[in-house]
Design a protein around this ligand. Structure first.
Ligand code: ZN
Length: 422
């Protein structure tokens, strides 16, 4: 049963959700769809997991989970930064803090939500392209629920996937050798030209964003109101848009504050397409040659932030969200992110992923620059961490189901991927 509908942020068109729609059918400039739920009041349910926020999740399939973001008020890092009210939303593995994301990253939230959104009668194989953490999250939840998935990753990301989960027979992993994240996205689209596949669609999938939006909802529940600032590192920026959309829903309730959290988004220098466009006050992403992008990406400490085409300009996208929330952007070097990871581990007591280090470093920058008032309610989203304590370890000797070479992409690659289902 679906009690919500989809609306186009470009033209306002409405759609009943078929579980997999990624865009508006009308002919106009790119625009994201958003889900609109009937319940206006924010009333968490009884579930211990993220499903306590199912009033604002696109549920069609009954799929259970234990995953939930843990939110707590920091003392040590807050004192170090000179902040009076610093809240940490920990989307990783840290049960002592209430964080129970089984693969240690916020991608667990989106995988559960995307799969719950799919039509129960849909037997097509879901195709997911990922640089690492998304692949890991989908591999795990599809394995646990015996759901068909074809996961496409750069070969360099394969080891990361296997280190933290087992991969069952319903999940096929295609690894592309010598290929970056952008080409895995293009290959996923090619594969989905065939009717037995269904494209997951990344940031355009409302299931993804609403699932990740539960981190903001958990924070509002813990704080008792909307925070003043929201800090997160961004690649595709799906998580930041998710937080913004969740905040819009909470604001509409009326009891949790009337001001949207200011989105403070950070990227890993030197590859900072969103930061560059925002700082230049450009309405679109700035042009960047393939050579420049490749050179910048090669030195990235937080490889998961390597998305080259985040939805900055589209309606419902990053630029609109930054304007609407009076937000800002930050660029963080590898040295800064490593320092921040070390400080977080020392002061707060657990390991965090490189991208989360970018977020911590951006908060440090913002405080030093005087951009955040000391008594403001600040929400810091740690989008991955606690992996050192993860109970599940994969079989590191396992191989991808199929490894494809770059030269095959234009010829036999799609057919070889299709043959995995037969
Ligand atoms: Zn439209």
């Amino acid at each position: 049963m679906r009690d919500y509908f989809l609306t186009c942020t470009g033209c306002g068109a409405r759609y009943l959700d078929d579980g997999s729609r990624l865009q508006c059918a009308n002919d106009h400039a790119p625009a994201l769809l958003r889900s609109v739920y009937p319940q206006r009041a924010f009333e968490p349910g009884a579930a211990a997991s993220m499903l306590r926020y199912s009033q604002w999740l696109p549920g069609a399939r009954a799929l259970t989970t234990t995953a939930r973001t843990g939110v707590y008020r920091s003392t040590a890092l807050a004192a170090h930064l000179g902040l009076h009210e610093l809240w940490v939303a920990f989307s990783g593995w840290w049960p002592e803090r209430g964080a129970t994301l089984p693969t240690g990253s916020f991608k667990d939230l989106e995988a559960v939500s995307v799969l719950r959104r799919l039509e129960p009668s849909d037997t097509r194989t879901l195709v997911i392209s990922s640089a690492g953490n998304t692949a890991l999250a989908f591999a795990r939840v599809c394995t646990e629920n015996d759901l068909p998935a074809l996961i496409i990753v750069p070969l360099t990301g394969w080891t990361d996937v296997m280190a933290h989960t087992e991969v069952g027979p319903s999940v096929r992993v295609v690894a592309l050798a010598d290929i970056g994240y952008e080409e895995t996205i293009a290959f996923a689209r090619d594969v989905c030209a065939n009717s037995e596949f269904i494209l997951e669609g990344g940031v355009r999938n409302i299931g993804r964003r609403d699932g990740m939006g539960t981190a903001m909802l958990a924070a509002v529940e813990a704080i008792g109101r909307l925070p003043d600032y929201y800090f997160q590192a961004v690649g595709s920026a799906a998580g930041a848009l998710a937080a913004h959309e969740a905040a819009l829903r909470v604001r509409a309730d009326g009891r949790f504050g009337s001001r949207l959290p200011r989105l403070m988004l950070s990227q890993n220098a030197p590859f900072t397409p969103l930061h560059d466009a925002w700082q230049a006050e450009s309405p679109v992403l700035l042009p960047r040659s393939a050579e420049t992008a490749a050179a910048q990406l090669a030195g990235l400490g937080a490889f998961v932030l390597s998305n080259q085409a985040p939805p900055y300009a589209p309606a419902g996208g990053v630029r609109e969200a930054l304007i609407e929330s009076d937000g800002g952007t930050y660029a963080v070097t590898n040295r800064e992110l490593e320092n921040a990871r070390a400080i977080f581990a020392e002061l707060e007591g657990t390991d965090i992923e490189p991208a989360a280090g970018v977020a911590v470093a951006s908060l440090t920058q913002a405080v030093r620059a005087g951009n955040v008032a000391p008594d403001a309610a600040v929400l810091l989203h740690i989008t991955g961490g606690g992996r050192a304590a993860l109970p599940i370890r994969g079989a590191t000797h396992a191989r991808p189901t199929l490894v494809l070479e770059r030269r095959e992409l234009a010829t036999t690659a799609v057919e070889r991927a299709r043959s995995l289902l037969r």
